[in-house]
Design a protein around this ligand. Sequence first.
Ligand code: AMP
Ligand code: GLY
Length: 426
Amino acid sequence: MKALVIGSGGREHALAWKLLQSPRITEVVCIPGNAGTATLKGCTNVALNPSDFEGIARVSLVNNLALVVVGPEQPLAEGIVDALQAQGIAVFGPTQAGAQVEASKAWAKDLMAAAGIPTAASAVFSEASAAIAHVEAQGAPIVVKADGLAAGKGVTVAQSVELAKAAIEAAFGGQFGSAGQRVVIEEYLVGQEASVLAVTDGRTIRPLVPAQDHKPIGVGDTGPNTGGMGAYAPTPVVPPDLLVRIQETILEPAIAAFQSRGIDYRGVLYAGLMITPDGTPKVVEFNCRFGDPETQVVLPLLETPLDDIFMACIEQRLEDLPPLEWKSQAAACVVAAAEGYPDTYQKGMVISGLAAAEEVGTLVFHGGTQLKEGQVIANGGRVLGVTALGDTVEAAVALAYQGMAEIQFDTLYFRPDIGYRVRAES
Ligand code: AMP
Ligand code: GLY
């Protein structure tokens, strides 16, 4: 069976790698992919834009690609699943209607309210003056979010009313284009964050191993938010009893709420959670796709063939799939970014040490990389991630840093403290 993966990040490299470990998968095509997928045995890149649904459908049909997996949110929000399904192509991911859960924070808040899903109190505004009046009445800390997709940069956790006002003015001033023409203003939640990615066929929903991401750019979770600078799994923040509670109070009610809106949601539902000090899991955000870099730590722990899970979701028989099997190990991923990210950064630097990092026993999943004249060069903010397995999170983290020590490129930056909350406890 041949599969197609849409996207070009570390998440998609990990998806292609994991699919190719399945006994049934003979070949993977990546659109557009990166240098990592270009050099992965069994994988080929096709240089098309993920928004080119017609081109993607043609590649799928001509090459007999039996399964399409969509990585990023943008094509999902644009309706890639609807477009491919209309051509009879088996595709893993929610339809455009389902993808609203990520594409509009206001829509997601409505869904959560209707389903009684615990989340931060919030209000939606389509005018700056009303939003500012609300912030002045509420006081800080407070959270300002652009309603639409803003590549992970539309959220400001404001420690002062002044900063909240600046974020509101920036959003309505066009900083996030049309995504910021409505803002959601939210209660500030304290606690530990966790990412629970769940797979669903629209009726049954099953969580994957819980992970913890590290969103801010700086050591100790300081500085602006990024797409994620590193992750580990499983996280002790979500022990098994809490995962049951998340299933019952968040995941299953979400599926019921989709159903009551007439949405047949098949794919990944990613619950970004805050575990508040009294132990209540609250939803910070829902995403309609796999997380990046969470995927790079979740998939290496998975024993069940990934295509079995995807096909069970697509064919709506997840209930009959045997329990998912996991390695009894931990995984950690450290992201190497180009200095300056998430603002401006350089591209085009030559990357070395990739083979050496693999020799120490780590997996290097490429993000923003490109193959040029036989060399791997940096081509994005998050350039690559080094993933390692170990018997404990500490061991996995230590090995990931050993792999990272082998990697070199000009302006390379990584956080030296991935997994620090776990390491501090032990
Ligand atoms: P989001 O894109 O909605 O996940 O927000 C990005 C990050 O902002 C989250 O991972 C949190 O660290 C932080 N954040 C978002 N909403 C809240 C909230 N209500 N309270 C505290 N922190 C938040
Ligand atoms: N790592 C956060 C995300 O994928 O949204």
